[in-house]
Design a protein. Sequence first.
Length: 280
Amino acid sequence: PIFQLGAVSAKLDQVFPKGPDACTSTRILSGLASKHSIDMAFCALSWHQVNQYEVNRYHYSALLNACARAEAWTKALQLLSEMHHRMLEMDTVCFNVAISACEKSGEWEAALQLMKSLAQSQLQFDTITFSAAISSCEKCSKWEQAVHLLFAMMQSTLELDTIIFNATISACEKGSKWERALDVFAVMANREVELDTTSFNATISACEKSGEWAKAVQLCAVIMKKKLEVGTITLNAAISACGKRGRWVKALQLLNDMLESHVELDTISFNASISACEKG
């Protein structure tokens, strides 16, 4: 707002009548962004520009990080555009921070467009680039894009971790693509990437949505064999999968497993079991 710009400019003129040095400018911008608001930090940036004080890539980086924390993805894109216009050096980290801002806001298209811009700038993708982009697709159930990014990453020399695989499986689960979820799960196992409870939960949930009860039960057996934490969410999804196909015997067996393992039962546990009995 104009009023806020005027107030910030007046205060900075009073404190720095001859302008701040580069290090002080960085502290001003990052301090305003973290302790006050993104808008005030942008006012301070405008004050630097209007008075023709030095503005460098570190100043923009400070604001980019603040934008990512505040999920201000449009402002992050604005900053990148300004950096390009001012011919300031942009590295992979700058793009990653902007992609992260898009990811937190669920702006998957903007995240993927930034990946294209990064490549066009002849910069290299890193693990953070792919992780943030896949996560943005996962939040919007864009399973095809998530899987494409995963396999593109597999063609590189970058190391894939559990978080990246889990986000891809989750994208498939949200898109009701149980076969793709199982495919990614299998690749994860074959590459000996650590499978955790989240890996199993997302895959079992994908099977549950399509009523693939046998796969869900099989995965429950594997997670128990690995002695990973088996919670209410895991077993409820398996019971629900059985319920959709009327597999009441298996549903009751899983309910009994919950009791014997001292896993907390909730309304979903009983309702899914009752539904299985009704359909069977």
